[in-house]
Design a binder for this molecule. Structure first.
Ligand code: P1T
Length: 384
């Protein structure tokens, strides 16, 4: 390979930020537990001083995920919410934020119930697929548009390039929560977004064994401020968390391929099932945002939501009756999960414009054998 030639996503996932350990030759990035690092003279050190500020395991992980997002800078956090909170702290008091009206309940809660009451920001929500709606609630002090795409849990797809063009024309930044798509399926910075956030707890980690968050961006000045906030506020992940997340990221491309393939089969079979009134998966040709998704994503992801004939009671019964699909919050790991957003992950948005239908079930389709997964869902939908 010639020097300037870009390495593939798969190669960077395995190698970016992870050369063999210079001391021992270990091919796996060591879990570096030291909280402090010796200095030869005051201020003379090898890049690390104190582990909240920087840690070698975290640096490797940050370099790897930044590379996967096509970002110059990456910052790891103790959770997705901590990552989001750090981004919100980039705002000045009185700034106006627009968030999509379908987003993770915790994101809305952070914006509306933590930051808005203290005056950090004022908040509006709208369907970000509708630029006229965005225009209608735009204010002179609008500084940030918060996109989640695909959305949680309705699997709507927002046109990142279109919203970024609008926001930039009007002097605002664009954040994309890339948790559902992952950098393997979608590259928000290349599409014009300014900042990418992740719940690394999901596909990046990929194995339901680490809670984490991530922020990636290109702008040097903004990155310096974000790095300051990461250190000053201190919601950093442990070295072991960083090791687990980095280990997960190595197989991201392989896992996403299988998640997407399994999700396609499940979505198509659900669409043909008489206990189901609507299937929400952007890969279906009939999905309202299929065209945008085909343009901005490599594939359509492993999350499938569907609405049950028979309303909430039927949905709760299906959620109770699956065996292989574990009834649990979260998503994005190798094992399949099912949940009822209205009562579980999105209970905090009940009564707001982000409320979700109560006959909706959300599947995180794992990497198991797809026929086993289908048999499980099919038997659960028969138990009525
Ligand atoms: O749970 P945490 O790592 O703090 O990440 C929060 C978060 C941020 N963004 C999106 C799109 C998310 O889905 C989440 C967390 N979501 C769930 C726990 C869930 O089951 O939907």
């Amino acid at each position: 390979m010639s020097d300037g030639e870009a390495q593939s996503f798969e190669t960077r996932a395995v190698h970016a930020g992870q050369p063999p350990d210079p001391t021992t030759g270990a091919v796996v990035t060591p879990i570096s537990l030291a909280t402090t690092f010796a200095q030869e003279a005051v201020g003379k050190h090898r890049g690390f001083e104190y582990a909240r500020t920087g840690n070698p395991t975290r640096s490797a992980y940050e370099a790897c995920v930044a590379s996967l997002e096509g970002a110059a800078h990456g910052f790891a956090f103790a959770s997705g919410m901590a990552a989001e909170d750090a981004v919100v702290r980039l705002l000045a008091p009185g700034d106006h934020v627009v968030v999509g009206n379908d987003a993770y309940g915790g994101t809305y809660r952070l914006l509306a119930r933590v930051h808005e009451p203290t005056g950090t920001l004022s908040l509006s929500a709208c369907d970000l697929r509708d630029l006229a709606a965005l225009d209608a609630l735009w204010r002179p002090e609008t500084r940030l548009v918060w996109i989640e795409t695909p959305t949680n849990p309705m699997l709507r797809v927002v046109d990142i390039a279109a919203v970024a063009a609008f926001a930039h024309d009007h002097g605002a930044l664009v954040v994309v929560d890339n948790t559902f798509a992952t950098p393997y399926l979608q590259q928000p910075l290349a599409l014009g977004a300014d900042i990418v956030v992740h719940s690394a707890t999901k596909y990046l980690g990929g194995h339901s064994d680490v809670v984490g968050g991530f922020v990636a961006m290109n702008d040097d000045e903004r990155a310096e401020r974000l790095g300051f906030l990461q250190n000053a506020v201190g919601a950093v992940p442990s070295p072991f968390d960083c090791y687990l997340a980095l280990r997960g990221v190595k197989t991201l491309a392989l896992r996403m391929e299988r998640h997407c393939a399994n999700a396609r089969v499940i979505a198509e079979r659900l669409a043909a099932h008489d206990a189901v009134t609507e299937v929400l998966w952007p890969g279906l040709v009939g999905h309202a945002d299929h065209e945008v998704a085909s343009r901005q994503m490599r594939n359509f992801g492993g999350m499938v939501s569907f609405r049950c004939a028979g309303g909430e009671a039927a949905a709760l019964e299906v959620a109770r009756a699956t065996r292989l699909f574990t009834l649990a919050e979260s998503l994005g790991a190798v094992e399949s999960l099912i949940e009822h957003p209205a009562r579980m992950t999105h209970a905090s948005v009940t009564g707001t414009t982000l409320e979700v239908p109560n006959d909706l079930l959300r599947l995180s389709v794992g990497i198991e054998g797809v026929d086993d997964l289908w048999r499980d869902l099919d038997q659960a939908m028969r138990v009525r």
